[in-house]
Design a protein around this ligand. Sequence first.
Ligand code: PLP
Length: 449
Amino acid sequence: NEYPTHDPGWVQEMHANHYLQSWSKQGRKPPVITGAEGSWFWDSTGKRYLDFQSQLVNANLGHQHPKIVQAIKDQADKLCYIGPAMGSDVRSELAALMTEITPEPITSTFFTTGGSAANELAIRLARHYTGRSKIIARYRSYHGATGGTLSLTGDPRRHLTRGDMPGVVRMLDPYCYRCPMGHTDSANCPVSQGGPHLEELLMYENPQTVAAVILEPIVGTNGILVPPDGYLQSIRETCDRHGILLIFDEVMAGFGRTGKWFACDHWDVAPDILSSAKGINSGYVPLGTMSVSKTLADWLKDYPLPGGLTYAGHPLACASGVAAIRAMQEEGTLAKATASGEYLRSELAKLADKHPCIGDIRGKGMFNAIELVKNRDTREMLVPFAAKEDAAAPMSEMMKFAMNEGLYLSFFSNCIRLTPPLNISREDLDLGLEILDRTLEIADEHYQL
Ligand code: PLP
């Protein structure tokens, strides 16, 4: 392989000293990745890694999918860039495709460079449209790294904002394995039902001050939380009663990740605004979307869109998005994700018979997590929430072990997320599960009877 042309030691040196890496202390010297294909990537030493994360849960069609790569090359030959106000065939085609695959009331899309920018505009639009300022968001959430979206984010990274955006009201999560209200039966829990908890917050907040509720229909980064049936419907009805917009952040869960185009399709509940990114083009070129209902789209014919970007509707990004969506349609990717997900969870259930550290298995399609515990009866977490450094062992030990064995896994607190490419082969899935099996022995050692 010809890439990179630099000596790997030099690449690491520059990475450690001159490149700033997301969310991290600097100075690391990571493996230098020289190529990737399908569910695999490899480094300059020739070591191969099975990508059980799909990178940042975006390589939904795996690495270097030939149809997406070709579309980018063809578009680069034709027209690399044209400003957002001009007509462009790939831009219009992607807008039309988005209308086709999003839930019915959604008709129109603004293209961004990623999920943060999509959510940022979603909340600004909700505020302009309603004339209200508050946004309700949940604790177990990640909505982006910009000022507004990191303020919406519930996970500990939000503390880095030092209060960037006022007006965020926090709602509890339908996290039934660890119900925040202590219930064992979601049918009796106001939080897991959705609407009753939201109504109570609104009573205190004054619904006339709330522009929108934003949530991930299936929570991603914060532990793959699948809401009980009826939850989204109940939130939708509560929002409607008070003229509050509902924003679904489908940045991680969208584009087949859960076996449907969008996670909300599992319950046939549609938002007023849907944001997406990542899997739209498997991450090959930066791209995100903010799509709105017909009502909002009509309103935007009279009032200007309150935002814009130099790279809105970038032709290379749009061409890759069109190619990725078409490839998913041609290759039956949603059905594959559903079938592989069912298989994966049934194999995880077998691992749970062997590994007492597995407290919970949850997910839909290829959007899955296992939650690790010190004891199944007490459900004590294997490591505390948001633990770091020494306190995060044995999770960090497992991460190192898996990586050494050639399995790229993703970890959050006491959860391991399992989000391989949607088109991963059965053979690779089995190989990953076999390495996971050995990795979990580390957690079992910390089990307390
Ligand atoms: N929303 C969700 C649910 C995400 O998972 C992410 C990224 O992980 C974002 C928003 C932010 O997207 P981006 O990193 O493309 O700005």
